[in-house]
Design a protein around this ligand. Structure first.
Ligand code: SF4
Length: 245
């Protein structure tokens, strides 16, 4: 294990292919817990393919909010069967969900941003925090093209709140590159992508987008279209610091 800064990592990894980047990551952070959060979107499927095909010691997990599209649920099973690997499902706390439904209603999140954030906390953030417990590296499928908000992100970012390093290996990938990789490697993908859903979250909170709209415009579409409000809190602005790697 050696001392390495986010700037050094960003410099070193910017020239690597996805597969080499993941292998290098495993090498540098040997013995550390590396996890990958997948929402089964096209980006995540490309990363999952690289991890599973090369048998890399990286845990692939998903947040099963129990409000997912049936297509997403089917894709989890299809992906596990194709690679003969397990995608770990983190589900929300049952009591917290019941309390939310009792006080706000099943779809209370349509009524205000506060109620939406409360639902996202119960169904996503708290399970995510559980999934990231003890993790040193968190891999994500974030791309700069997805939204204005994500344009300012870096390959590696230190998450001070969770005290871990985030790695966004597809950050600079174009949509064309992504689909070429899916086609070339015959990677299973969500059929909703072909019906106008570039970004897929929970079923009641995701709609298809119109031509020219931001990729994340279909998420929580009824709210003010401030970019930061199209994030559920999983990917907040982060500080760059040094980390033992
Ligand atoms: S995306 Fe919608 S249903 Fe899913 S956790 Fe957030 S508010 Fe709840």
């Amino acid at each position: 294990m050696k001392n390495i800064s986010t700037d050094e990592l960003n410099e070193q990894f910017k020239v690597l292919t996805l597969e080499n980047a993941l292998k290098q990551l495993v090498d540098i952070f040997d013995g550390q817990k590396i996890v990958f959060s997948s929402s089964l979107g096209q980006e995540d499927q490309v990363i999952t393919d690289a991890i599973f095909k090369h048998n890399l010691p990286i845990q692939v997990f998903t947040l099963d909010t129990q409000r997912l599209f049936k297509e997403t649920e089917a894709l989890i099973t299809e992906t596990e069967q194709k690679y003969q690997k397990n995608i770990v499902r983190y589900t929300p706390n049952k009591t917290a969900v019941q309390d939310y439904i009792s006080t706000e209603g099943l779809n209370g999140f349509y009524e205000s941003i506060e109620k939406r954030k409360k639902c996202c906390y119960i169904r996503k953030i708290e399970p995510l925090n559980r999934a990231l417990k003890g993790a040193h590296i968190w891999i994500t499928g974030i791309r700069q093209e997805q939204s204005e908000f994500r344009k300012n992100m870096s390959l590696f970012e230190y998450d001070a709140e969770r005290d871990l390093m985030k790695f966004n290996p597809l950050l600079a990938w174009s949509t064309e590159q992504l689909w070429q990789a899916i086609k070339t490697n015959e990677i299973p993908f969500n059929p909703l992508h072909q019906k106008g859903y570039p970004s897929i979250g929970c079923e009641p909170c995701t709609r298809a987008i119109k031509p020219g709209e931001d990729e994340r415009a279909g998420r929580w579409w009824w709210e003010n279209q401030d970019q930061t409000k199209q994030e559920c809190g999983l990917h907040i602005p982060l500080k760059k610091e040094k980390l033992n790697g």
